[in-house]
Structure formats: C-alpha cells, structure tokens
Design a binder for this molecule. Structure first.
Ligand code: WQD
Length: 336
C-alpha cells in the first residue's frame, strides 16, 4: 500500500515507518520537527535500504495537508501530536489546538481526497481512573489530564466520522507504555530536556546524564509498593500498526484495540532490569508520589490477538537491552 505517516520522525512513527518499509509498503511521511529530528528519517531510510519521502509539515497547516493528501494514499498512520502529560497540564490549550484541531484538519483532508483508512495513535490514558486490571477496551473512558483528554477527543472525532460515513475504516490503537528501540541501536526515543517517562530517565542515569532516578512513591498497593505499568517494546507496537492496517477491511467504522503485553512491571523491577542490561548499578531514591499517577495499569490485549492476529512478543529484558544499546550508542540522542 501507499501509506502516509504523520509524525514520522518521532519515536513510534520512525519505528513504524521502518516496519512498513520492511514489509514492502511505499511510505511518505511528514513532521513539524518540534520534538524530533530529521536524522531519524535518514537512519530509517538507511536501515530499510528503501526510499522514504519526507517533508516538513504541521498538522495546523490545513492547506498543506490538503495538497499532500490529494497526491493519493491508501491509508494514513497518524502519530503526530504532543505527548507530555505534565506539559499538557501547564499548556492545555496548546495541546487541544495541536492534537485535536490538528487531527480534525487531517481527517478533513483525508475525506476531501477520498482516503478513509486510518490507524490512530491513541493511549491507555483514555481509561482515566483504572477500576480493575487488566484493562480491556470496554473499561469506562475518562480523561485525568489534558493530554488524555485530547486522545479521547480525537477518538470521538474518528467515531463520529465513521458514524456519518461507513466507508471509513479506523483503528484506534491504545498504547500502554512504549519503551525499547530497534535492535540496530540506530533509532530510539530522544526526549527533549528532562525525560518525563521512566525508561528514558533510567537509561540516561545509566549512561551518566542523570545522577539518580527518583522513584515516585513506594507506598502504592502493589507487590513492592512502586507503580506498576504494562511496558511494551516499540517494535512490537510498530508491528501492531501493520497488523491493524492489514485488518482495516475486516471491520466497519472505528474500533479500539489495546496494544500492551498483558503483564505489569513495577518501577523497581524496571530499574533492576535496566541495571542488568547496562551491566552497572543505577542509583535511585524514593520520592513522594507524582500527582495523578495510578498505582497500577496493565492491558488485556485479547481483542488485538483475536481480531488483528497480533500480540507482543518481546519481554522486559529485551526492552531494556535494546533501549540501553540505543542510549549507549547515542548518549545525546540524534543531537550533535
Ligand atoms: C511510569 C511509572 C511513575 C518517572 C506514560 C505517558 C502516557 C502513556 C503511557 C502514551 C509510574 C514512575 C516515572 C520517574 C518514576 N503513553 N516514574 N520516576 O505515567 O504510566 O504514562 O505512558 O500515550 O502518555 O505519560 O509513564 O513512564 O511517566 O511512569 O518513578 O522519573 O514510573 O510514577 O509509576 P505513565 P511514566
């Protein structure tokens, strides 16, 4: 298929573009480079040994989107968006405009060009307060922060599109916690500034960019008192997008799928696994809980396994080994 990837130079987008190219798809991508580097695109081309057309474009450029979509694509994988929960609390309007208005522009441009196949990068944050684990797609939805609200709003835009016109085929992929990197060590997560998320912070501590990891709370009702999450290898996540793309004609309208492993791991377990991968101790200290954090959330991935023929294959040791290789080989990410 001829596929357009939005946010193609980002962490998940670049890994998905590589898997699309390896699977033989024709891939075009754009990104506004506000939180990523075009170097990632150059490396994806080199790893795939195939062309990947890239242009700098912003979701808020409705005219530019219209021009690009009119070139004709079979489907769109939509990753572009702001994704820092903490920043979304400080700048909710920025997140709404970029993530929601931007996605509305994309849907309109797709409709105008007659392209009605979409795989959307959603998030387990749409489940809000977790009532019971594992979480399946029927769990009540709710936003506990502006970022999660934008993901829910875009899911609803997609559902409305599909309700009005059943020719739309949309997969809403709810990520749990993406970590790891392609095993070449050439592409990976490259957060700007101080990482919000656990794994990049732990790996920056391992490589000496941070002095120690702060463990946000060890008094949760979990086996070791620290937060439990469903960490999923970014390559497994990318392959989940290809599986969704291949199955878009199997269902009508918009449909949500959890992309998780179905297993939870605690903060202390992640730190220990990362230390094994890096072959060195990683210093940490116990700090107060981070406001808004859930004690535990992990996925029930049965629907994706049943309907997409997909399930995660890689475990925490491999996630840490691959993330460490990326961090060690690129201590400053894609930067100079
Ligand atoms: C994980 C655990 C923290 C940092 C994120 C994204 C969200 C979604 C899911 C995609 C928690 C603890 C963290 C640190 C710590 N992704 N922690 N010290 O909050 O589950 O959600 O992934 O859409 O957008 O925000 O991930 O990595 O921030 O936290 O102790 O320095 O690690 O308390 O238990 P989170 P996280």
């Amino acid at each position: 298929m001829k596929v357009l990837v939005t946010g193609v130079s980002g962490y998940i987008g670049s890994h998905a573009a590589l898997e699309l190219l390896k699977a033989g798809h024709e891939v075009h991508g754009f990104d506004n480079l506000s939180n990523s580097s075009e170097e990632a695109v150059r490396r994806v081309r080199a790893l795939a040994g195939r062309p990947l057309r890239f242009e700098r474009l912003d979701l808020l450029d409705a005219e530019g989107l219209g021009r690009l979509l009119k070139e004709g694509f079979d489907a769109v994988l939509h990753f572009a968006g702001l994704k820092a929960v903490g920043e979304s609390v400080e700048k909710p309007e920025l997140y709404r405009r970029n993530n929601v208005d931007g996605s509305a522009n994309l849907l309109a441009a797709m409709e105008a060009a007659g392209c009605r196949k979409l795989v959307f990068s959603s998030s387990c944050t749409v489940y809000g307060e977790v009532r019971e684990n594992p979480v399946d797609e029927s769990h009540p939805l709710g936003a506990v922060n502006p970022y999660g609200r934008t993901k829910l709003d875009v899911e609803n835009l997609c559902l409305e599109r599909a309700r009005l016109d059943p020719r739309w085929r949309i997969a809403l992929l709810r990520y749990f916690n993406p970590v790891g990197a392609h095993d070449s060590g050439r592409i990976g997560e490259d957060p700007r500034g101080v990482p919000n998320n656990l794994m990049p912070f732990v790996m920056q501590a391992a490589v000496g960019r941070r002095d120690k990891v702060r463990v946000w709370g060890n008094d949760y009702p979990t086996p070791d008192g620290t937060g439990v999450r469903d960490y999923i290898h970014v390559v497994d996540l990318a392959l989940g997008h290809l599986a969704a793309l291949d199955h878009l004609d199997a269902f009508v309208g918009a449909r949500a799928f959890n992309l998780g492993t179905g297993r939870g791991a605690s903060v202390l377990e992640v730190i220990a696994a990362a230390a094994r991968a890096a072959g060195r101790e990683i210093a940490y200290e116990i700090a107060p809980r981070r406001p808004g954090d859930a004690a535990a959330i992990w996925a029930d991935p049965a629907r994706a396994r049943r309907e997409l023929g997909w399930s995660a294959r890689l475990g925490l040791e491999r996630m840490c080994a691959d993330h460490w290789r990326w961090q060690k080989d690129n201590p400053n990410g894609y930067g100079a």
